[in-house]
Design a protein around this ligand. Structure first.
Ligand code: AHR
Length: 493
């Protein structure tokens, strides 16, 4: 077998922009994501914070240019009653977080905290609303509270609670996983419920166009997407969501660090399914919506392993290794390459839960390998997708080893993100960049000695990007020696 993989980039066929929202995040009231993670409380004198949110996390997220943040769940969203989380903190009721460990939620982090944080981060909020145990009125009230500029009961209440101007929230999820924790509905039943909720949501947001996001399918549930596209009038729905985690066995997901080669293979097998799922859900959407009026949002994705043994039962927390780099790199390449229809994605979850970009331990905070992927790939945000074609891809068992996506930014710089998932082999990749008018190339690489390598509070920089030089540019061909389990981002001018 010839071990050289050929890639051709075809800028002459470029037409789609890679929405920056593909690089979105997700914060859920789950384990130590919000409390003891993002939010340490306004009264905290030990950890520097802004309105209770850790300043070190704010700085790290600003560096990533996070385009949007989804909140408050997840499964939690369909148990959440937003009115419990506004007004004087001492008067807020508690609730039990029934999906995640039965912890008592004191509602101290609520709508104002979240939306003010989004302003600090200069990111678009995405509110995931309660359909499973909420009401239409409760959702309309939330839209009115956050978005209405005039005189209305909810806008007046917002002013009483200290916020004069509306936040103008664009992105609204109408339920979460309504086929499961959001109400165990059938697709047909949810499509009807969705129509009802969506009807009453507009009208409170002035010039801000709101995006109503239908709770979508999991993995290959094509019937769900087909039903939504067929049964919901498209003027009521701006986006359909999809959830897909890289999990090979839901009852034994395997450890986040001490996995062997077999588990690595199974995880990558699952992660790479994203390409097929996205392709097929888009095919269905194209059939019912050929003009592309409804977007596909993958509003939960990432690796999901067994929680580390130290955490309370029912709560999620996992470490993050080079395997997660491979998941993020390949999945983000898929999203970039499907930029025509995939307009948003949200990595689950930002701090201390699944494929987190940040982990905390009391005062300490570290950046995970996945953080570095998001930082290296941010060059693709709002850039023009340069379509690419892979020939003679080599296989790791039956999985394609090399994955790629490319884009050109507003300043004319081209970026190519290349991933080699093979656990053992270096692979030569010849990239035909002759159509791109390139004479200067630089690159950075993310890899480590072992697939299991990760950052810890004792060794926070074990995995970090480095300058990469194992490439040559000759006669329009960029020839690259990609090490095993490596992710490389090139800048080419
Ligand atoms: O991310 C953890 C959970 O996964 C979310 O709460 C839910 O939406 C999904 O099942």
């Amino acid at each position: 077998q010839d071990e050289t993989v050929s890639i051709t980039i075809t800028p002459e066929t470029a037409k789609d922009t890679i929405s920056r929202h593909i690089y979105g995040h997700f914060a859920e009231h789950l384990g130590r994501c919000i409390y003891e993670g993002l939010y340490v409380g306004e009264e905290n004198k030990i950890i520097p914070n802004t309105e209770g949110v850790r300043n070190d996390i704010i700085a790290a997220l600003k560096e990533l240019n996070i385009p949007n943040l989804r909140w408050p769940g997840g499964c939690f969203a369909d148990t959440y009653h937003w009115k419990d989380g506004v007004g004087p903190k001492a008067e807020r009721p508690t609730i039990v977080n029934r999906w995640w460990g039965g912890t008592t939620e004191d509602n101290s982090f609520g709508t104002h905290n979240f939306l003010n944080l989004c302003e600090v981060l200069d990111t678009e909020p995405y509110l995931s609303a309660n359909v499973g145990s909420g009401t239409v009125q409760e959702l309309i009230d939330w839209v009115q509270y956050t978005n209405h500029d005039g005189v209305s009961p909810m806008a007046d209440w917002r002013r009483e609670n200290g916020r004069e101007k509306p936040w103008k929230v664009k992105y609204w999820g109408v339920g979460n996983e309504t086929w499961g924790c959001g109400g165990n509905m059938t697709a047909e039943y949810y499509a009807d419920i969705y129509r009802q909720y969506a009807t009453f949501m507009p009208g409170w947001s002035g010039d801000t166009k709101i995006y109503r996001i239908a709770s979508g399918a999991s993995e290959d549930n094509y019937h769900w997407t087909e039903t939504l596209m067929k049964n919901v009038p498209h003027q009521l729905m701006e986006a359909v969501a999809l959830h897909d985690y890289a999990v090979f066995n839901w009852s034994a997901k395997g450890p986040s660090v001490n996995f062997d080669d077999e588990v690595y293979y199974k995880t990558m097998d699952q992660a790479l399914n994203m390409e097929e799922y996205v392709t097929k859900h888009i095919e269905i959407m194209d059939k019912y919506d050929p003009d592309g009026n409804v977007d596909l949002f993958v509003d939960e994705w990432g690796g999901w392993y067994d929680a580390v043994p130290e955490v309370k039962k029912g709560v999620l927390f996992q470490q993050n290794t080079i395997r997660d780099v491979m998941i993020a790199g390949t999945v983000l390449n898929t999203f970039n390459n499907h930029a025509r229809r995939v307009k948003m994605a949200n990595l689950a979850q930002m701090v201390n839960v699944l494929q987190a970009v940040i982990l905390t331990d009391e005062e300490k905070m570290i950046l995970t390998p996945t953080y570095h992927v998001m930082n290296m790939y941010k060059v693709h945000q709002d850039a023009l997708l340069l379509p690419s074609r892979i020939e003679n891809n080599v296989e790791y068992r039956e999985l394609p080893v090399i994955s790629v996506s490319a884009s050109k930014d507003d300043n004319g710089a081209n970026h190519i993100s290349l991933v080699n998932i093979d656990p053992k082999r270096s692979i030569t990749v010849d990239i035909d960049v002759s159509g791109m008018d390139v004479d200067e190339v630089s690159a950075s690489i993310l890899t480590s000695e072992k697939l299991q390598d990760h950052n810890s509070f004792d060794n926070p920089d074990k995995v970090k990007p480095a300058v990469f030089k194992k490439f040559k540019l000759k006669k329009g061909i960029l020839s690259v020696e990609t090490p095993p389990y490596s992710l490389i981002v090139f800048k080419a001018n």
